[in-house]
Ligand binder design. Structure first.
Ligand code: NAD
Ligand code: LMR
Length: 334
């Protein structure tokens, strides 16, 4: 990319509630850096075009110098044309009482169509982040229908779960969240996910201590803490009557920023990525794993301690993803 040239960034579901927070953060340089200008590609469906018109007025009124233009469209071929990065947010959110996989039959077809469009129109090194639920399986389907783009370029968002877990640990310890490092989310962005602090640490002045030792309450860590993170999305829906948006947008920013700029030495983040058999996870699923990133390439962190307790949890969430994959393929082939 030539110095000073804008990158093209697509946000789907651009008239929705997550996009409303996300677009301003992208436009402000929070994802691709304060020097990187952007052309925003904003995709939504015809009934949402009036709202999107208003969002575009607000983009103008933000008066942010990094925004070199925007494309507002209902056409995937325009939305995905030559894009460098894709935030695939547009999909139906769940309502109270639903599991995310209940959205599968409604949402998965969107990701088939968008995979095909990415395949035809996007740059071959496009970085794709799927936010729309069920995020892991939607990312898998999107990648399946975009065979000319490397599978490594399709990821699903579990960063919100990581942020929730790190925040809960910090709160319990009375520390700032920036002191908590290397919490891992394994598996599906669903109630079977495993938020794992066995390998996480707490930074203290001049030293570092394991989260386990710092909290010193394995009963809490192995039951209430896990359940709270697994069901946090549902708790937000119950309270707000709408799913998380502000925190979801921030997590999407964190995910793409780290993919773009890299992780620091000795630290990792969680992303739903294509599994290669590491940690006994079946190959070919989009499964949340610990990754370190440099030169815009993620790498699965190897050698983390997996106890029998953890292994059972890893297997359970893999089983759910295998079932979702089968159901999604059936929906797409129907
Ligand atoms: N992975 C995560 O951590 C995470 C977190 C929060 C929400 N989500 C999911 O993100 C999705 C969006 O949530 P939201 O709160 O912004 O929903 P929303 O209903 O406010 O917005 C969704 C937008 O997508 C649009 N849309 C629908 N079909 C589309 C299509 N085919 N192409 C383009 N746009 C389309 C809708 O018109 C709407 O404007 C939901 O599926 C939600 O469950 C995921
Ligand atoms: O829980 C949901 O349905 C929305 C989102 O996936 C979340 O985790 O908040």
């Amino acid at each position: 990319m030539a110095e000073g040239e804008p990158i093209r960034v697509v946000v789907t579901g651009a008239a929705g509630q997550i996009a409303y927070s996300l677009i301003s953060m992208i436009a402000n340089g929070d994802v691709f850096g304060k020097e990187q200008s952007v052309i925003l590609h904003l995709l939504d469906i015809p009934p949402a075009m009036g709202v999107l018109e208003g969002v575009c007025m607000e983009i103008d009124d933000l008066a942010l110098p990094l925004v070199k233009g925007y494309v507002k469209t209902t056409e995937p071929e325009l939305a995905f044309k030559d894009v460098d990065a894709a935030f695939l947010v547009g999909a139906m959110p769940r309502r109270e009482g639903m599991e995310r996989k209940d959205l599968l039959s409604a949402n998965v077809k969107i990701f088939k169509v968008q995979g095909e469009a990415l395949n035809k129109y996007a740059k071959k090194d496009v970085k794709v982040l799927v936010v729309g639920n069920p995020a892991n399986t939607n990312a898998l389907i999107c990648s399946f229908y975009a065979p000319s783009i490397p599978k490594e370029n399709f990821t699903a968002m579990t960063r919100l779960d990581q942020n929730r877990a790190q925040s809960a640990i910090a709160k319990r310890l009375g520390l700032c969240v920036s002191n908590v490092k290397n919490v891992t989310i394994w598996g599906n962005h669903s109630s079977t996910q495993f938020p794992d602090v066995f390998n996480a640490s707490v930074k203290l002045p001049g030293s570092s201590k394991s989260v386990y030792d710092s909290i010193n309450d394995s009963q809490w860590l192995e039951s209430d803490f896990i359940k709270t993170i697994q069901t946090r999305g549902a708790a937000v829906i119950q309270a707000r009557k709408m799913s998380s948006a502000m925190s979801a947008a921030k997590a999407a920013v964190d995910h793409m920023r780290d993919w773009w700029s890299g992780t620091s030495e000795g630290s990792w983040v969680s992303m739903g990525v294509i599994s290669d058999g590491s940690y006994g996870v079946p190959q070919g699923l989009i499964y949340s794993l610990p990754v370190s990133i440099s030169n815009k390439q993620w790498k699965i962190v190897q050698g983390l301690k997996i106890t029998d307790f953890a292994k059972n949890k890893l297997d359970l969430t893999a089983k759910e993803l295998l079932e979702e994959k089968e159901e999604a393929m059936a929906v797409c082939n129907a």
